[in-house]
Design a protein around this ligand. Structure first.
Ligand code: SF4
Length: 187
């Protein structure tokens, strides 16, 4: 896809005033990584460090995500990473449904441009919005869902793994399965 389309979409997000988060953000957090990636990771919204640096998943939870990506031999620069919301909700609260509604079209456009084979939702909020509204992260993380042309799954949000170390083993297993599936689809 053309650089022009990417630039236009990023500018649209930077100038966006579709919800009130544009009034409190420091930076727009658009997305990062390989624009032709086969695997796209989607979180819910930028946190404090992301807001300050303008990049998704660069705080403590992002560093943990990087470790998992390195272990499964799928480094950050080989995937695309974005959030549903491009602006930070104050005090890291969950996105409001109306904020998700206001911003989701930007993510749809990103998906169209990247055109990945696999979408991995990072955490409950993204999974509920992207996979299904009644998604249960504890019971359904690591399970595969087919939606349209995409294969989707969800894993724990890295911030949940910072709070609860007991989830890390399941996370590792899910991440290895994602790598396996991506390799199969690339054959
Ligand atoms: S969060 Fe999304 S919809 Fe709201 S102002 Fe930012 S870019 Fe626009």
């Amino acid at each position: 896809m053309s650089e022009k389309a990417w630039k236009e979409l990023e500018e649209k997000c930077i100038l966006c005033k579709n919800c009130k988060l544009c009034e409190t953000k420091t930076n727009t957090v658009f997305g990062t990584g390989d624009k032709n990636a086969n695997v796209m990771f989607v979180g819910e919204a930028p946190g404090e460090q992301e807001d300050l640096q303008g990049e998704p998943f660069v705080g403590a939870s992002g560093k943990l995500l990087d470790k998992y990506l390195t272990v499964i031999d799928m480094p950050r620069q080989s995937v695309y990473i974005a959030n549903i919301l491009k602006c930070r909700p104050p005090h890291n609260r969950d996105p409001l449904p109306e904020e998700e509604d206001a911003c989701i079209e930007h993510l749809r456009q990103q998906l169209k441009l990247v055109d990945p084979k696999i979408i991995v939702c990072l955490g409950r909020v993204a999974a509920k919005r992207i996979i299904k509204p009644d998604f249960k992260i504890t019971a359904e993380h690591g399970k595969w869902f087919e939606k349209g042309k995409y294969l989707m799954c969800a894993v724990y949000h890295p911030s949940a793994l910072l709070r609860d170390l007991s989830k890390r083993k399941e996370m590792l297993s899910d991440m290895f399965e994602i790598k396996k599936k991506a390799d199969e689809l690339n054959k």
